[in-house]
Design a protein. Structure first.
Length: 164
């Protein structure tokens, strides 16, 4: 239970289409301009491929496809959010393609509503909560639940096979 003042957390906010999403700033390592992604054969649609980030192979996921939104052409504002995702006790580095990064926003816990039961295109287990920025809803992602261990294993194995 939070107090009236509520503790606050910082979120990196980004857009996918008309929707605004957020991920805890502690999970986002860096934001990259769109760089060429090496396609990996025989991988799921949402896995765009891999990038080399200072010698580390990082799988890049199309967050639009992963969230059930239609794929879109990249723009000047498109970027890759490099995140740390915990899966089965292991921390993996994954890049997520977003339409644009908005800002780092501080939200008090007492202003975050639980995930809605109906009326969203996302699987609700992905959603940590809902906030509001100006008059727009902010969907706060539970980033560890966005990717299953099997999906990340596919992405990780694909990247490692390219470097072998």
């Amino acid at each position: 239970m939070t107090t009236a003042s509520g503790e606050s957390r910082q979120y990196v906010t980004f857009s996918l289409g008309d929707e605004l999403f957020g991920v805890e700033v502690t999970r986002a390592r860096e934001i990259l301009d769109l760089v060429p992604v090496t396609k990996v054969p025989q991988t799921p649609d949402y896995l765009l491929g891999v990038i080399n980030l200072r010698g580390q192979v990082v799988p890049v996921i199309d967050l639009r496809i992963k969230m059930g939104l239609p794929q879109a052409e990249a723009t000047r504002e498109s970027c890759i959010i490099v995140m740390e995702v915990a899966v089965d006790g292991e921390v993996l580095t994954v890049g997520g393609l977003a339409d644009s990064v908005r800002e780092v926003l501080e939200l008090r816990d007492d202003l975050i509503e639980p995930a809605p039961r109906l009326g969203t295109k996302l699987k609700t287990e992905f959603i940590a909560g809902m906030g509001k920025v100006d008059e727009q809803f902010l969907i706060l992602l539970e980033i560890d639940r966005v990717f299953s261990s099997e999906e990340l294993a596919v992405a990780q194995d694909a990247g490692e096979s390219l470097c072998a």
